[in-house]
Design a protein around this ligand. Structure first.
Ligand SMILES: Nc1nc2c(ncn2[C@@H]2O[C@H](COP(=O)(O)OP(=O)(O)O)[C@@H](O)[C@H]2O)c(=O)[nH]1
Ligand SMILES: [Mg+2]
Length: 222
């Protein structure tokens, strides 16, 4: 049932983020409800999320896009947000983004990561992000400088866009389709902090991981 007090469901794709979730869920702003999507965690992520009051959704297919999509389908609020579950970004930074969508006529608000310390953002991930964001900016006309690591929009708008990628090309396909659909996008600065101690990057934390993202992105662009 839809809880009248919840304006925005926050989808948090999580693979082995049990150590980070107590930090992520320590301070959930009023009006937000967290939906943790677990696929294939082996560290008790789902149990930790549940014990901290989050809604937990299971998805059998592996992949970032599969997890995000399952969370968006399970969400019930009018607005939906997506954020990493590694404590590198803060739930509170979603609030001005939500405001832009709710009251300023923006179709989607996306985050632009601003590292709070040296070493937070590995060089290869940053270089890959810069190259792809530049490509998206030129081809879409969106004034963006990052790959929408955090985003907020109306849930139905996102479902209507029909993003199909289920791996790491998901954010890129989202931006390409949003541009074709005539969405307006606003980029908002967000803090980018070290991921929680005891957790490991699954996407861009290694050169290999970054290479996999670039490969998935190339498939979207073909
Ligand atoms: N459910 C699920 N979550 C994933 C998967 N891959 C990555 N994630 C989550 O997606 C978010 C982004 O991944 P992360 O490891 O932080 O990538 P990075 O920010 O590039 O280092 C994190 O919350 C991960 O736990 C996956 O296959 N399934
Ligand atoms: Mg992360």
């Amino acid at each position: 049932m839809v809880d009248a007090g919840v304006t925005c469901d926050v989808v948090v794709p999580c693979r082995d983020e049990a150590a980070a979730l107590p930090l992520v869920l320590a301070d959930v702003p009023a009006g937000l409800r967290v939906v943790v999507v677990d696929n294939g965690s082996t560290d008790g992520t789902a149990d930790v999320a549940r014990s901290l009051g989050a809604v937990v959704v299971h998805e059998s297919r592996p992949g970032y896009g599969a997890a995000v999509h399952a969370g968006v389908e399970a969400a019930e609020a009018e607005y939906v947000a997506v954020i990493d579950g590694d404590d590198s970004m803060r739930l509170a930074d979603l609030l001005p983004m939500l405001d832009a969508v709710r009251t300023e006529g923006v179709t989607m608000a996306v985050g632009r990561r601003r590292p709070v310390a040296r070493g937070v953002w590995p060089w290869h991930a940053r270089a890959g992000t810069l190259a792809l964001a530049t490509w998206i900016r030129r081809s879409s006309g969106f004034g963006i400088h990052d790959l929408a690591p955090m985003r907020v929009c109306r849930r139905q708008d996102l479902l209507d866009l029909d993003v199909r990628d289920r791996r790491f090309g998901y954010p890129l396909e989202l931006m390409v389709k949003a541009s074709r659909a005539g969405w307006t996008v606003r980029e908002v600065d967000v803090d980018y902090r070290p991921r929680a101690a005891g957790t490991r990057s699954k996407v861009s934390g290694s050169v290999k991981g970054t290479a996999r993202v670039v490969q998935d992105f190339a498939k979207v662009l073909r």
